[in-house]
Design a protein around this ligand. Sequence first.
Ligand code: HEC
Ligand code: HEC
Length: 229
Amino acid sequence: MKPTLIFLALAGMAGLSVAAETAQPHAAGIESKGYLWNKPNKTLTRALKQKADPEKGKIAYEECRGCHKADASGRPDAGYPQLAGQHTEVLIKQMLDTRSGRRDNPRMHPFIEADAIPTKSIPDVAAYLHGLPVPDTNLKGAGKNLEHGKALYDKDCGNCHGAAGEGNGKEFHPKVASQHYPYLYRESMDVRDGIRRNADTKMVKILKSYSDEDIAAVSDYMSRLPPVQ
Ligand code: HEC
Ligand code: HEC
């Protein structure tokens, strides 16, 4: 390739990435050397310590209902997760990771940037969502391979996500019981394939050995674990 063409190609690539960054910022994630998925930072530490007010959170959540629904049960068809009953620590970390661009979510980003929701409202929303009853109406998988799904879950996932899928707030391990099947499936695929860039490297290592069918089976099993309040 002629030097001018190389220059143009590079400029084009740079132009593209600038356009992408304007839409949603890009923070270093799993693809970066020395990445630590749960590295503390000032904003996260402050948000976790803040005394939260669920009543204020209820008002702030009005902006989110269009996608996640008023009862925070999500929309399985569109891939919007159920948020009701999720651990406050998990909710706060995921919101801040989405805002910083460590977890890519261009659809939600405009609603979670600092202009749209003040940082101090984030713990309030998390406290409100955590207190909502966990619905049992979530979309389950096809139910075809549940024994295999259970065996995988008990061997590889339960130590972090809990035997009953209850998760662990202090460790930022999400509750997975009665989450929508399509969301669990897509997230597990994205974790395996390096697309969910804020994931725990230990989990990524495990999921790398999973086939699409294994991921479908384990996601189906998780979606059928009864709600844990
Ligand atoms: C335009 C639709 C949309 C809006 C509005 C929206 N979200 Fe989301 N949200 C999503 C999608 C899509 C995902 C899943 C992203 C993925 O697949 O990684 C998500 C994921 C999340 C998660 C991560 C859940 C988990 O289990 O990891 C949290 C927390 C969240 N949203 C909170 C909020 C809050 C709070 C608001 C309002 C301030 C909001 N969202 C507004 C679409 C939206
Ligand atoms: C070493 C602990 C650990 C193990 C083992 C583990 N996970 Fe995770 N998982 C996590 C953490 C931590 C997160 C949240 C990461 C983040 O902050 O983005 C997560 C997130 C997820 C999510 C997204 C949930 C949501 O609400 O967005 C899914 C789905 C998931 N894990 C599935 C699995 C499956 C399936 C297995 C077993 C094959 C597994 N995990 C094993 C720690 C673990």
